[in-house]
Design a protein around this ligand. Sequence first.
Ligand SMILES: C[S@@+](CC[C@H](N)C(=O)[O-])C[C@H]1O[C@@H](n2cnc3c(N)ncnc32)[C@H](O)[C@@H]1O
Length: 313
Amino acid sequence: MEYLPHYSVLNKEAVEFMVEHYQKGDWFSDLTFGAGGHTLRLLDFDSCSSVFSFDQDPEAYENGLKLLKERNLIDRVKFANTNFVNFSAAVEKEMGPDFPGFRGVIMDLGVSSHHFDKSERGFSFRFDGPLDMRMDTVNNPNTAEIIVNEYDEEQLYEIIKTFGEERFTGRIVRNILEARDKERISTTKQLENIIFHAYPKNMRHSHIHPATRTFQALRIEVNRELEVLTDVLSQIIDKLLPGGRIAAISFHSLEDRIVKHAFKGFAKERDDLQILTKKPIMATEEELKENSRSRSAKMRILQRKLDKTEEKG
Ligand SMILES: C[S@@+](CC[C@H](N)C(=O)[O-])C[C@H]1O[C@@H](n2cnc3c(N)ncnc32)[C@H](O)[C@@H]1O
């Protein structure tokens, strides 16, 4: 299995934030290993740091294990092939009852380039592939094909409207229902074509492809992306050391809104939590030149305050 390259977004900035209060031997957690960019930087900056990484995708996991072994880093890593919604349980099981907490936790949300660029995974309408879109292809039975062919009209409308913020949801849903009456919709190109023809003629060739928002919506539904994000944020704050930080990188407004509101809520509820980013951190011009996908990335940081004793010395 070839794992396709992924540009690690806001890598330098995220790691700089997380290591600020580092003490020798501290643990970090990377909830979204992907191609390993953030994990590797967290391991490279000091020879005594360790990382507990997660990825629900079996291909990312297999590739990651190989990479970490090849680089002789595997002894400094714990790696869980599971959804990060299982964070607390995994940490309790692997780190034991006396674990003091993480120095930093990073989440670089959404899918990797491997998902977008590998036609068999069915995330992209740029290639023909099965309508799949699952990151976890082992435990999640709910493919995009099932949603498109078996959800009722109301459910489809709700998903595309809410998760895609799609202006032409009504027309798209009508065309999907008509098409699936004739034959099962099972490929990305079939669906792309249906959506393309649901768009008004004069808007079919604008710079955002008509299928973009619907594909985003389906992906979010398939992987329950917003649900698990909301759930994990409160699990993380209970596992931070004093001075420990969460860095959350999101790629669309729905995710960013969840992170922003959750952080605000935590900082209001608890005196020991503070937001370090009034405005989200975005990619520099330099990064954008190297990777145009970084354009939509927004990073927010929340910190558990240092204990008074640690602050002094
Ligand atoms: C944007 S990529 C991360 C890239 C990584 N930071 C790097 O530098 O290579 C997101 C990765 O997180 C994984 N992922 C997304 N949501 C997840 C979840 N809820 N639980 C576990 N893994 C998840 C995806 O499978 C994907 O490999």
